[in-house]
Design a protein around this ligand. Structure first.
Ligand SMILES: Nc1ncnc2c1ncn2[C@@H]1O[C@H](COP(=O)(O)OP(=O)(O)OP(=O)(O)O)[C@@H](O)[C@H]1O
Length: 405
């Protein structure tokens, strides 16, 4: 694999990459940085945790250093937490440039954001909804001179799932110049390739990691067959076991709905586990606070909805537990990709009930790998069954009252 300096990056940027711990380029970086530096549009599809962020941050910074102005680059990403994480990468790698960035996401003060935008930051990192709101309501900033448009988690931005970004994207695309360089990245680009190609018109360079299996080799992927009724007792048992055996492990538990996330978090705390919740019904400040506590390992367990499924890069996460089997294989790929990042090992356990077997088959077909069974000594689960059941019911009642109140 080539070294960073062989990819056409300037010496200051190579030094900066080294300084922040990027040793040698990962394959997606080695493949996409040279064409991006040559001005070509790029679509990079590489596994979770393989360094796609630096694959677009580095060429943008290089181009910016040659012709610095604002607003030079716009990065769109589906979640607020991810926007801050990307901004952080721009900040650390762009430090020698005195980079000015601006994060524009929902749930925070619009006036302060509008002011920051009017000061012409070099790079704007935004979720589509809030940026479109700014474009609709204000004329104090312009994206007309933009050089780079980056879509991180590009397939998510284009697909029409629970949060549909289509209308917001239309507003944004109408505000950026047609002559621009477009960079698109995700671990799961292939389903939306046609739509993506229409965004990247400038001789797009498409790169996909050459691998049959779509998840990383360092990830141990298991399923745990459990009757629906006793899922939570299994969850408590699993968490207890991991906590007892590996006190430095962090765990993410993915749940289906915000309410389920809230109830499970409440229940785990009743069992004195250090857990925090992250879901979209929380206030934004609480969301950031919860994530900060988890990232700094003050709390070792994060209970989250799919708002945390994509992109989050937290090296201490050793285990991902899917409390529900994801309905879409793509969501499975992103969820389990929160562990085993950047060459580290990790474990993913997916709880499968009698009703979910077909979903597991769809996942296995997509990732081109069979999940192995995770075995649990049932007698330990039986011991806590009643206690877990009662605690869960209490938490549901409290949660109902809080939601109603
Ligand atoms: N060249 C490199 N050498 C060492 N570590 C690297 C290198 N490039 C990136 N990393 C680290 O790898 C981790 C994962 O990178 P990143 O978050 O960009 O992954 P990703 O491909 O965007 O994953 P996802 O699909 O989950 O969003 C980060 O902690 C990053 O600092």
């Amino acid at each position: 694999m080539a070294a960073f300096r062989e990819l056409g990056l300037a010496p200051w940027l190579v030094a900066q990459a080294q300084q922040v711990g990027l040793g040698r380029p990962t394959p997606v970086q080695a493949a996409c940085i040279p064409p991006a530096l040559q001005g070509r549009d790029c679509m990079g599809c590489a596994k979770t945790g393989s360094g796609k962020t630096a694959a677009f941050v580095l060429p943008v910074l290089q181009a910016l250093s040659e012709d610095p102005y604002g607003i030079f680059c716009l990065v769109l990403t589906p979640t607020r937490e991810l926007a801050y994480q990307i901004a952080e990468q721009f900040r650390v790698l762009g430090k020698p440039l005195g980079l000015k960035d601006c994060v524009v996401v929902g749930g925070l003060d619009m006036v302060a954001q509008a002011l920051e935008l009017s000061r012409k930051p070099h790079v704007v990192i935004a979720t589509p909804g809030r940026l479109a709101d700014h474009l609709r309501s204000s004329n104090t900033f312009s994206l007309k001179k933009l050089r780079f448009l980056v879509l991180d988690e590009a397939d998510r931005l284009l697909e029409q799932e629970c949060t549909d970004f289509t209308e917001d994207l239309e507003v944004i695309l109408a505000a950026v110049p047609a002559r621009r360089q477009t960079l698109l990245f995700s671990a799961t680009l292939t389903d939306t390739l046609k739509e993506l190609k229409s965004l990247a018109m400038n001789e797009p360079f498409f790169w996909e990691a050459p691998s049959e299996v779509r998840t990383v080799d360092e990830l141990d992927q298991r399923y745990l067959l459990v009757p629906e009724m006793v899922k939570d007792a299994y969850l408590v048992h699993l968490i207890q076991t991991f906590q007892d055996e590996h006190e430095d492990w962090s765990i993410i538990v993915f749940t289906k709905t915000c309410k389920e996330c809230q109830v499970l978090n409440m229940m785990l705390r009743k069992f004195s586990f250090p857990s925090v919740a992250l879901h979209s019904m929380m206030k934004q400040r609480q969301r950031f606070a919860a994530l900060a506590k988890f990232k700094s390992s003050i709390f070792r367990i994060l209970i989250a909805t799919d708002v945390a499924a994509r992109g989050l890069d937290i090296p201490t996460v050793q285990v991902v537990i899917n409390h529900n089997t994801p309905g879409l294989p793509k969501i499975y790929i992103h969820r389990v990709g929160r562990t085993a990042r950047a060459g580290r090992h990790g474990l993913a356990i997916t709880m499968v009930t009698q009703y979910d077997i077909h979903l597991v088959h769809a996942i296995e077909d997509e990732i081109k790998l069979k999940l192995k069974e995770f075995s649990v000594e049932e007698r330990f689960v039986l011991d806590i069954l009643t206690q877990v059941y009662i605690t869960r019911r209490d938490c549901e009642i409290v949660s109902e009252i809080t939601l109603r109140g």
